[in-house]
Write a protein that binds this ligand. Structure first.
Ligand SMILES: Nc1ncnc2c1ncn2[C@@H]1O[C@H](COP(=O)(O)OP(=O)(O)OP(=O)(O)O)[C@@H](O)[C@H]1O
Ligand SMILES: [Mg+2]
Length: 403
């Protein structure tokens, strides 16, 4: 039966909720701002349209009024309407001549040149999609075209700039959130590992001393001493692993094929004899990789053990070493186990996720940390197929071959 270890996952579920809540607040802020500014834009558009209509009405009145009308009064009114606004306006009279307001024009241009500039401007204004205002002069129809004021244009871009700000804040928040969570996890891992190495150290040295005493006792069966020594060696390896992960481990150039083969001799004695493990290397014989032997063995052990667990008793594990593009070495570990479901694929590297009765869900997290934090490499699930098997890929930077 599948099981998920509850406590750590509950912790990560809480994290997910926080992220979702944070994201929802960002979306709400952006949505509210868009809605609010959209309302403002519509109101301003309406006001500008009314201004231009008033302007058109005034022109029409002036142009069609009799000689007694107070023309000056109306010109003053037109000037007032245009004060403090930047709406570009082009008035096309009955003869097709273009007059303009709020369109900057160089002074020393001929009338023809000015008309050319205005024609160009007119196409730009028409593209802004404001319906031209028709002025019925009685004997002919004239048109007023108008664009959008600078304020309106700015206001249209304002929600976008706000959206950008909200996105940047959201992104920075996410980075900060992930960073502080990772920093906290790191402290827990490192602290626990150091403490474990420290706690194991004392009984281990006394055990070593006891074995030396037993070795010199003629009545003790030497096979017992040999087995005891092996177990002590195993405990020493575990202690070294923990002390390495609890500090900055020293990396050395190692021949990976040799390292893996040596380690497999040890591992094969601890797994079912019906599981066959092969190593194939396509690397140059002198190609090395910079690794910490103890930690790297731990990675291989975790991945291979998962492979064995995924098989029902028997099967094959193949470890292939090869070179990738961009100076990387690949270590592909393929098993013939039951594979990983789509649902679980994204969870297998999360601490605490396990589908096993006696699993802690730490093996892959630990392996990923070792590869990525201490070896500048990558550990991914390369492929998997239900009831066929899975391939995990470790990528390590390839150091230059030294003679
Ligand atoms: N080769 C594989 N084939 C099928 N499932 C796998 C394989 N490797 C990992 N898994 C799945 O990923 C889960 C997490 O693996 P991980 O090694 O982190 O923890 P675990 O093996 O369950 O427990 P632990 O390694 O701490 O004893 C496993 O429980 C299993 O469901
Ligand atoms: Mg495991």
């Amino acid at each position: 039966m599948f099981k998920e270890v509850s406590l750590p996952l509950a912790f990560y579920n809480r994290d997910t909720w926080l992220k979702v809540a944070f994201f929802a607040v960002c979306v709400f802020m952006a949505g509210f701002s868009l809605y609010f500014t959209d309302g403002l834009v519509s109101k301003l558009e309406e006001r500008e349209k009314q201004q231009i209509e008033l302007y058109a009405e005034t022109i029409r009145y002036v142009m069609t009024s009799d000689e007694n009308a107070d023309i000056n009064f109306f010109f003053e009114r037109i000037k007032k309407i245009n004060e403090n606004n930047t709406i570009p306006v082009i008035w096309k009279d009955g003869s097709g001549h273009l007059n303009s307001i709020n369109i900057p024009m160089p002074n020393q241009l001929s009338t023809e040149a000015k008309q050319d500039i205005l024609k160009q401007k007119l196409t730009e204004i028409i593209a802004e999609n404001n319906k031209p205002i028709e002025m019925d002069m009685g004997f002919q129809k004239e048109y007023i075209y108008y664009g959008n004021s600078k304020l309106l244009k700015l206001l249209r871009y304002y929600p976008l700039s706000q959206l950008l700000v909200v996105l940047i804040i959201g992104f920075l928040g996410y980075i900060f959130f992930s960073y502080s969570r990772r920093a906290e996890q790191n402290r827990v891992w490192v602290g626990l590992a150091k403490e474990t190495a420290h706690q194991l150290g004392t009984p281990l040295s006394s055990l070593t001393a006891w074995v030396e005493i037993l070795r010199n006792e003629p009545q003790v069966d030497p096979n017992i001493v040999i087995e005891l020594s092996k177990d002590i060696q195993r405990l020493e390896t575990i202690t070294t692993r923990f002390s390495n992960i609890g500090s900055a481990p020293i990396l050395k150039e190692e021949n990976l094929e040799e390292l893996i083969n040596t380690f497999l001799q040890y591992l094969k004695n601890r797994i079912s004899s019906k599981v066959n493990i092969d190593v194939i290397s396509y690397l140059a014989p002198e190609q090395c990789a910079r690794v910490n032997r103890y930690l790297f063995e731990w990675v291989i052990e975790n991945i291979c053990k998962n492979g064995v667990d995924a098989m029902s008793g028997s099967g094959n594990i193949q470890i292939i070493l090869s070179e990738g593009k961009n100076n990387v070495i690949y270590i592909d570990i393929t098993d013939t186990g039951k594979g990983i479901s789509n649902k679980n694929m994204s969870k297998i590297f999360s601490p605490g996720f396990s589908t096993k009765k006696r699993g802690w869900g730490l093996g892959l997290t630990l392996a990923k940390r070792i590869v990525e934090n201490y070896h500048e490499g990558k550990l991914i699930l390369k492929s998997t197929e239900i009831n066929k098997g899975s391939t995990f890929r470790i990528s390590l930077p390839k150091p230059p071959i030294t003679a």
